[in-house]
Design a binder for this molecule. Structure first.
Ligand code: GTP
Ligand code: MG
Length: 436
């Protein structure tokens, strides 16, 4: 009798474990899994397929990095072969995004991107000069152009980003394997731009080697000038809720893979890396979460908080280090209202493959340079709205997401066929991005 009871408990907990895993990964991944396995009939597990898919995406990434280097190293710097990009009067990482939108525009026309700076020394020029202290020049060969009155004639990036400028093998493969191909493409370009100066690279590598070889979750807590202007205040607990959930899912995964009960067993050490522009966040994390190993860089946070020092060479190096450390994390929680979170997401695409489920934004969904790629949700599991504020959805319905309610893991969006607006759960939809 006792034995039977044990078997029943084990089965129930096993089911619970599976539910947690599948609820998190969502049917999105299951659908992709089925699609990929059509091509790889001998592949057995979901993890195998994910690894295979990401390896292939990284191989495509290597091809694209070589192509970008080739285009940016062309020796013809004449007007008809180049596209002049003017840095903006915005933040530093914001300017990486400006350069990226120029390069995407130029690529669509098979042109080399060169930087044009204003001879009056406006902020955009200063930003680029500062960026150059950490990154390699945008073009290996063509020099930066100093613009006089021509400045007015500078063409704005067109946003006609096109993956058609890539070899067909790349476009086809990425289209099939990635859940958001345009993000992958942007990630390739920002990764190219973020090729670091050798001394900065060495510094980053040293830090990563030392602290980021184990499993680790990263959080970026953007405070100072961002709060109540472009974003809002998020308590440390709102990040840690997701950190804890991620580790719990991972524990269950490990136990299941060993054939153990998903509920019992030893917990792995839980490490969190905190990148922030507010030192008090670090103190609070250490105080409130004593069972976590909290990795942090107090100096970096202090520098990031100082409105003057943050834009010095040292300040830029610190934030670059933090971004690169976030990229090394197994899972990241941040706020997409910050360029830092968006850049991290982009760089992770190049580093790992499809990272749609590897980074979580507490506020907005991903956008590039204030533009969203036309995105929609395709319903993959039927859903009956429990209240009048929820949408009822059938498989195949398309929904345009407007915003996300993280607390309940719900989206708010418009059902295309009827125009109805309402909430629906994340796990019933697959994300789809139309790419050009
Ligand atoms: N060291 C460090 N600095 C940070 C961090 N978060 C923000 N900062 C600082 O805050 C600055 C943001 O200033 P902006 O010039 O407005 O940069 P931005 O490109 O507009 O980026 P966002 O404002 O985050 O969208 C960065 O350049 C950093 O100096 C962090 O996690 N670490
Ligand atoms: Mg800013």
């Amino acid at each position: 009798m006792v034995r039977l009871l044990r078997v029943v408990i084990l089965l129930v907990t096993f089911q619970l474990g599976l539910y947690v895993i599948y609820h998190d990964n969502g049917s999105r991944n299951k659908v992709r899994y089925v699609r990929v396995t059509e091509d790889c009939p001998n592949t057995r597990s979901f993890d195998d397929v994910t690894a295979l898919k990401n390896a292939e995406l990284r191989r495509m990434g290597d091809i694209v990095q070589r192509l970008l280097r080739q285009i940016q190293s062309r020796e013809d710097c004449s007007d008809i072969s180049t596209y002049v990009c003017h840095p903006l009067s915005c933040g530093l990482i914001c300017n990486i995004h400006q350069l990226a939108s120029c390069m995407l525009t130029a690529m669509a026309r098979n042109l080399t991107t060169v930087v044009g700076v204003d001879h009056r020394g406006f902020f955009g020029e200063q930003s680029y000069r500062k960026l150059r202290q950490i990154i390699l020049p945008v073009s290996d060969v063509c020099p930066t152009v100093t613009l006089g009155e021509d400045l007015k004639k500078i063409e704005k990036p067109s946003f006609e980003y096109s993956m058609t400028s890539l070899p067909p093998e790349v476009t086809k493969t990425v289209n099939r394997l990635h859940s958001n191909p345009m993000t992958w493409w942007v990630g390739q370009v920002t990764s190219y731009l973020m090729t670091l100066q050798p001394d900065v690279r060495r510094e980053v590598d040293r830090s990563i080697e030392q602290d980021f070889s184990d499993v680790i979750v990263g959080i970026h807590v953007r405070r100072s000038d961002k709060v109540d202007r472009e974003s809002q205040f998020y308590d440390a607990d709102e990040y840690m809720r997701h950190v804890e959930a991620w580790y719990q899912r991972r524990d269950i995964d490990i136990r299941l893979s060993k054939g153990e009960s998903p509920i019992h067993g030893s917990r792995v050490t839980r490490k969190v890396f905190v990148a922030t522009d507010d030192v008090t966040v670090i103190d609070e994390m250490i105080h409130r979460y004593p069972h976590y190993v909290i990795l942090h860089d107090r100096e970096s946070a202090a520098m990031g908080n100082d409105k003057l020092l943050r834009h010095t060479a040292a300040g830029i190096q610190y934030v670059t280090m933090d971004i690169m450390r976030l990229v090394e994390c197994d899972y990241v929680i941040c706020t997409m209202t910050s360029n830092i979170c968006r850049l991290t997401f982009e760089l992770m695409q190049q580093r790992y493959g499809d990272v749609t489920d590897r980074l979580l934004s507490l506020d907005r969904s991903y956008n590039f340079h204030r533009r969203k790629f036309p995105a929609n949700h395709i319903v993959v599991l039927p859903h009956t709205g429990a209240t009048s504020s929820e949408l009822s959805l059938s498989v195949g319905d398309r929904v345009d997401p407007l915003h996300r309610k993280w607390k309940d893991d719900l989206w708010f969006g418009v059902k295309r066929s009827t125009g109805e607006r309402g909430y629906y759960p994340d796990h019933v939809v697959e994300y789809q991005t139309n790419f050009l």
